[in-house]
Design a protein around this ligand. Structure first.
Ligand code: G
Ligand code: G
Ligand code: MN
Ligand code: NA
Length: 250
């Protein structure tokens, strides 16, 4: 109950922070994307992760307001980023099971002036497990609006390969557990290669996340990923830090 009041105030005051983690093109190291990640610094509990804040918001009946706040804040900030930078927003399973969600996104797009063609929605397979029917409909509306969809955390869950066919996906985002051993473990590399072959056969672009070392960056790019993201490039940054960022020099 106390958290609920505090979170409600934080949303109103705009003290829930939106950070941006850069994504880089494998081809030339240029800055090509920003994943919006929320942070809330609670006076007693300290820094709370995105998942935890959404859990608390859901319990407090504030998930809808939080989603609307984050969409608006992320898109407004992203209008100041270079044109080559796409914005990635994470969507919760609840967002995607809600038929009013495409309208929420549309409203933020029109209020902020951020173009739909530069927006990627990151979804997880949990949304599909929960409500495949509604989620598929919601996603098709978003794609009609010009938004791209990426399947996040790929390789970390149960990976029902049927989703790759029934969903209007533009990209796979490989979970960092797929990336971790790629430069040091033959079996990890074999799995990575099989996923890349499948993704390319399905015309999906691939982004590697959790890239922490130069050896991992080289390997994911050599194996055909389009983009990479991870602490090697940068941790999540404030909007002003992000705007001051340059390319990752190869
Ligand atoms: O950055 P962090 O470790 O807090 O992220 C933890 C999880 O919280 C990630 O899986 C991420 O997808 C989720 N998350 C972070 N920011 C957001 C957000 O703005 N919206 C949603 N729906 N999820 C987020
Ligand atoms: O699940 P999702 O991909 O939306 O969440 C991304 C989370 O991963 C964020 O919390 C972000 O801070 C974290 N992250 C980003 N890059 C790295 C990295 O290189 N290593 C690790 N361990 N975590 C990362
Ligand atoms: Mn994500
Ligand atoms: Na992820």
């Amino acid at each position: 109950p106390r958290f609920a009041t505090e979170l409600e105030q934080a949303i109103e005051l705009g003290t829930v922070e939106v950070l941006f983690q850069p994504q880089f093109l494998c081809a030339d190291g240029s800055l090509a994307g920003a994943e919006a990640l929320l942070r809330w610094y609670h006076p007693d509990a300290g820094e709370l992760s995105g998942d935890r804040v959404f859990e608390l918001a859901k319990e407090a009946g504030l998930a809808g307001p939080l989603t609307r706040y984050l969409c608006q804040a992320a898109m407004s900030a992203a209008t100041k980023f270079p044109e080559a930078v796409r914005l990635s927003l994470n969507a919760t399973p609840d967002d995607l099971a809600d038929e009013s969600y495409p309208g929420v996104i549309r409203e933020s797009l029109s209020r902020s002036g951020f173009p739909a063609s530069r927006l990627t929605l990151e979804i997880t397979e949990q949304a599909l497990v929960d409500r495949l029917d509604v989620t598929a409909t919601v996603l098709r509306q978003m794609v009609n609006d010009g938004i791209s969809i990426a399947l996040d955390d790929f390789g970390a869950g149960f990976c029902n390969f049927r989703y790759l066919k029934v969903l209007p996906l533009a990209a796979l985002k490989l979970d960092r557990s797929m990336v971790e051993g790629i430069a040091t473990d033959r079996q990890d590399l074999a799995v990575f290669r099989a996923i890349m072959a499948m993704a390319h056969a399905l015309d999906l672009r691939v982004i590697a996340e959790g890239v922490e070392t130069e050896a991992q960056r080289k390997a994911v790019c050599r194996e055909g990923c389009d983009r990479w993201q991870g602490f090697l490039g940068a941790k999540p940054l404030s909007a002003s830090e992000f705007a001051a960022l340059q390319s990752f020099f190869l």
